[in-house]
Design a protein around this ligand. Structure first.
Ligand SMILES: [Fe+2]
Length: 195
């Protein structure tokens, strides 16, 4: 898969969401922001896991790749700050605007400089492979996210239906049995963040 097409499609999607954010009002703003956050987190993840490491080595893309990591860090900090908000105040909107400008600058630099240099630094085969890996990782993340979501919904409705005293007793006894089998669970996912 062409990695540039994949990343550009992500960029266009985020641009669209930012324009939705501008026209949204009240609580809607926070909902659109949530979508922006999800998209950006996924996008920065696949770039940092596959794309940038491949671009760190060639001399012509080395500096731009390092700069891109730094720009991602700024975006992540802003996302973290913005996600704390309970309502979209004027200050929040100002910070969201700064986020948008940072993302726009980053996208421009990637599309007008980094992609071109990446194309000449890496072979066609390597690029195709990178594109495939990024697409697969995106798929994997998206499906684990949706299965987590449905598991959370299930367990929430389960616990709601078990609110009687009798159910509480049942749960207590089942806790004991699940404790012993709980240790057999696979080890917690280790963070594969590579910098
Ligand atoms: Fe990026």
């Amino acid at each position: 898969m062409d990695p540039f097409e994949l990343l550009k499609a992500d960029h266009r999607k985020v641009e669209q969401l930012f324009s939705q954010l501008e026209s949204a009002s009240g609580k809607q703003k926070l909902q659109v922001f949530d979508q922006i956050k999800t998209e950006l987190e996924l996008h920065t993840h696949i770039e940092e896991k596959f794309f940038y490491p491949a671009l760190e080595e060639p001399e012509e893309t080395h500096d731009l790749a390092l700069e891109a990591y730094e720009e991602h860090d700024v975006v992540k900090k802003l996302l973290k700050e913005l996600s704390k908000a309970k309502s979209a105040t004027d200050e929040w909107e100002a910070q969201a605007k700064v986020l948008q400008e940072n993302v726009e600058h980053h996208v421009e630099e990637e599309e007008n400089e980094l992609f071109e240099k990446a194309e000449s630094a890496l072979g066609e085969e390597e690029l195709e492979e990178l594109g495939d890996r990024m697409a697969a990782e995106k798929e994997r993340k998206l499906s684990s996210k949706s299965s987590k979501k449905s598991a959370a919904t299930k367990s929430a409705s389960k616990s709601a239906s078990r609110s009687t005293a009798a159910a509480r007793t049942r749960r207590k006894s089942s806790k004991k049995t699940s404790k012993s089998s709980g240790s057999k669970r696979s080890p917690s996912k280790k963070s594969a963040k590579k910098r």
